[in-house]
Design a protein around this ligand. Structure first.
Ligand SMILES: CC(C)(COP(=O)(O)OP(=O)(O)OC[C@H]1O[C@@H](n2cnc3c(N)ncnc32)[C@H](O)[C@@H]1OP(=O)(O)O)[C@@H](O)C(=O)NCCC(=O)NCCS
Length: 188
């Protein structure tokens, strides 16, 4: 279990599946997280359980909780490039009442520190779409820089939007947030 200042990141448990099922079929959550609604396929509970509890060797998913251990979303990494020591990350706060209150930024800082210091990654990448300014602000607070823009690469609710590519290097992160370690308790 990783502890940030206001978030906890831990392994996904079976009891989390009901909330994850609800959030992954929620139109508004889906719209912001993938910019693909209604192109995304709806998932039933069994598919969500398989996706989250046994997501495959290149996908590492974790549950995201408040400091009071309330489940609010998930965070993870994928697309590991071993020689380049790079990886991409994703985050979804499914409980909408927790949007815009600093939980995403805190979780991203905690998770990035884990990936840079524990997994020894050199670079973290991510992508979002141009209208998701809340996500872009949160990523920039963590230190991510916009590195590219794929014009009209996303089609959302009837119109095209740009895809925004962002990246963060280990030395940039440590310079911004220091080398102070996160707290780890039990297993992750
Ligand atoms: C993106 C996400 C992880 C960000 O986490 P968060 O806890 O909501 O974000 P934070 O509160 O840490 O930071 C958001 C920043 O954007 C600002 N913001 C909040 N709502 C906003 C909005 N509607 N438009 C623009 N900016 C907004 C906040 O004020 C904050 O900046 P500040 O600290 O300078 O005031 C979360 O909102 C989320 O999961 N959204 C739905 C799914 C999603 O978009 N996932 C990312 C896909 S790439």
């Amino acid at each position: 279990m990783l502890k940030g200042n206001k978030t906890i990141i831990r392994a996904v448990e079976e009891d989390d599946i009901q909330d994850l099922y609800q959030w992954y079929n929620d139109q508004e959550v889906n719209l912001w997280s993938s910019g693909a609604w209604p192109l995304n396929t709806l998932h039933n509970k069994e598919q969500i359980a398989a996706k989250f509890l046994d997501g495959g060797p290149d996908i590492y998913r974790y549950s995201l909780l408040t400091e009071n251990e309330q489940l609010i979303g998930s965070i993870g990494f994928k697309d590991i490039n071993v020689p380049a020591r790079s990886v991409s990350i994703y985050i979804v706060i499914g409980n909408k009442s927790y949007w815009g209150k600093g939980y995403g930024t805190d979780a991203l800082i905690t998770f990035s520190r884990f990936l840079f210091t524990q997994w020894n990654f050199h670079r973290i990448s991510l992508d979002t779409w141009s209208e998701n300014t809340r996500a872009i602000y949160a990523y920039q607070k963590v230190g991510f820089k916009i590195e590219g823009r794929q014009r009209e690469a996303r089609f959302v609710l009837g119109s095209y939007h740009d895809s925004i590519l962002m990246g963060l290097l280990r030395n940039e992160f440590l310079e911004l947030h220091g080398t102070k370690d996160y707290k780890v308790t039990g297993n992750l």
